[in-house]
Design a protein around this ligand. Structure first.
Ligand code: AMP
Length: 540
């Protein structure tokens, strides 16, 4: 029988990376590695240690830390579709109105869903995806028992929805199902929440404070992809948790960031700072109310997003990029005129600590973070060549966050660098050169030595030579099948090798090998034991 057209089409399907995600090939990863290694080195000298975090966490963690009403959590989070949760919710929904539909089909559906729910719940219990310490096991056992009871009592379906026993069964099963505690998970949209969770979970407040941590890795947001904006993107971030909130800490974090950008030669950076006051000292609360009143007065001139934010989060209006709103925003009251004495002194101290460290900054009163626990210092760094998505880093102080997640009162400040944008800016600015010099061909690094071997005896020697050279740290390409010397030399050239090591039966018999420098065609004859020393010397 011939293949169906659908099958044939499926076979022909070409897979591509999902929109907003991408492959980084070796000619690019060289630069990524250079950036990451520089981050390790710079952050280490500032006393930061690396933390590696899971890529998924409970929704609840992000909802609490980032905020339910933010775009990141409200609209952009990749929730992991959980089959058990879906079936459970469907089932509970169906059991709510058991007699609203007199059709036997409803009863069939209820029993079928219960069957699926019980199977899936047992599987999730066995893998401990469900918490096994609480009431989950007993609820699931109750559901199994109810299912068995229903199977015996109503083996075939006639309409039973009017039967009071059926109704009792449905109501009991619905309640038991509702009681299963299911943790919904999401791919992380950012990592500060996870760092704070880890700080609490591992009692890091017992270590000498502050604890200085950094991380790097992928983050996930459902965004509309464009240049510099991806759905899987990478961040390099750092957090200082615990201890004091001295202005010197804020300044040192920013100094480290600028030292890192400097070390990787990121050109055209601008550091912008601001202070957004302190909610507990009331200066921000008073300012937010003043701002809200001023916004109400110009409400009709604002776009729908900003109009909505007057109620939900007036500070976010200041973030607006809408052209028509810019002149209005310029007339609004500014936080700098409303800071309390403590916050004003703190901001002045942060600025003088930055000056002491030679860090150049600009101020922008519109740089805010919308969440309540952000306070005082906020900062952002922009770079060149990125168009509208030109922020490569955002950060700020968040003294209330650890406490919000159930930990002790803890000071905190941190930042996240968008690594994709950082790389893009390096590439656009031409500072990426050099990083990929050893990778002229996508897919491999240029070898130092290409072993051009011919003949069976030579092959065994070639394998040994490749092993010895690689152990000594030299890049070696060993062709898997014999080639004519002309072809082998051509291949060595294409791969960008510096030398070809010529091993034919003669060379092997003599124990004296020929090393050909490909750039100028010169050849040196060397006894086998002298080869590594010779390469070391010529590598300088
Ligand atoms: P945020 O966590 O939103 O404060 O972002 C910190 C930094 O991450 C930004 O300054 C960007 O450089 C980068 N970033 C945020 N979202 C994306 C995205 N969708 N694609 C690429 N980079 C991003």
């Amino acid at each position: 029988m011939s293949e169906s057209p659908t099958k044939a089409r499926q076979k022909r399907r070409k897979f591509q990376a999902i929109r907003g995600t991408r492959d980084l090939l070796p000619n690019e990863t060289a630069l990524w590695n250079r950036v990451e290694q520089t981050a390790h080195a710079v952050f280490n000298v500032f006393g930061f240690g690396e933390i590696r975090l899971p890529i998924f966490e409970p929704n609840e963690l992000f909802a609490r830390a980032v905020g339910d009403d933010t775009d990141i959590v409200g609209k952009e989070m990749y929730r992991i579709a959980d089959f058990l949760e879906l079936v459970r919710n469907l089932f509970v929904g169906k059991t709510r109105y058991p007699s609203s539909d007199a059709e036997a089909s409803l009863a069939t559906e209820i029993k079928m869903l219960l069957q699926i729910l019980v199977n899936e719940a047992h599987r999730a219990l066995a893998t401990q995806e469900l918490d096994t310490s609480g009431e989950n096991p007993s609820r699931i056992k109750e559901l199994s028992d109810l299912l068995r009871y229903a199977d015996e009592k109503w083996p075939a379906f006639s309409p039973v929805v009017d039967d009071p026993e059926w109704q009792e069964f449905v109501s009991k099963a619905g309640k038991a199902a509702e009681g299963i505690a299911i943790e919904s998970l999401s791919l992380r949209p950012e990592a500060t929440a996870s760092v704070c969770r880890a700080y609490i979970e591992h009692n890091l407040q017992q270590l000498p404070q502050p604890v200085k941590l950094y991380y790097m890795g992928p983050m996930f947001r459902r965004e509309r992809p464009q240049k510099g904006r991806y759905r899987q993107f990478y961040q390099i971030g750092a957090e200082v948790l615990g201890g004091s909130d001295a202005p010197a800490i804020d300044a040192e974090v920013i100094q480290m960031l600028m030292a890192f950008f400097n070390k990787i030669n990121l050109a055209g950076t601008t550091l912008v700072i601001n202070s957004i006051g302190h909610s507990a000292d009331n200066c921000r609360r008073t300012y937010v109310e003043t701002l809200r009143a001023a916004l109400q007065a110009v409400k009709s001139k604002l776009g729908p997003d900003s109009q909505r934010r007057i109620d939900t989060n007036p500070l976010r209006v200041l973030d607006s990029k809408l052209e028509s709103e810019q002149s209005i925003i310029e007339t609004l009251p500014r936080i700098s005129d409303h800071l309390c004495d403590d916050c004003r002194a703190n901001y002045a101290a942060v600025k003088s600590e930055l000056q002491l460290r030679g860090v150049i900054y600009k101020e922008n009163w519109r740089l805010v973070r919308g969440l309540d626990y952000y306070m005082r210092t906020t900062f952002e760094i922009t770079a060149q060549g990125l168009g509208s998505q030109n922020a490569v880093c955002g950060g700020g102080r968040y003294d209330g966050l650890v406490e919000l997640l159930g930990g002790p009162p803890t000071k905190g400040i941190g930042f996240a660098i968008g690594e994709d944008r950082l790389i893009l800016s390096l590439q656009e600015g031409g500072q990426a050169a050099g990083a990929s010099a050893d990778a002229p061909v996508a897919g491999r690094s240029a070898p130092l030595v290409y072993i051009a071997w011919m003949g069976e005896r030579a092959y065994a020697t070639a394998v040994r030579a490749a092993t010895d050279l690689r152990n000594a740290g030299f890049g070696v390409e060993l062709p898997p099948v014999a080639q004519k010397f002309v072809k082998a030399l051509g291949q060595a050239d294409k791969l960008g090798a510096k030398y070809a090591l010529i091993l034919g039966d003669n060379e092997v018999a003599e124990g004296s090998w020929t090393l050909k420098t490909l750039a100028d065609g010169t050849q040196t004859k060397l006894p086998e034991p002298a080869l590594i020393e010779h390469l070391r010397k010529s590598a300088g």
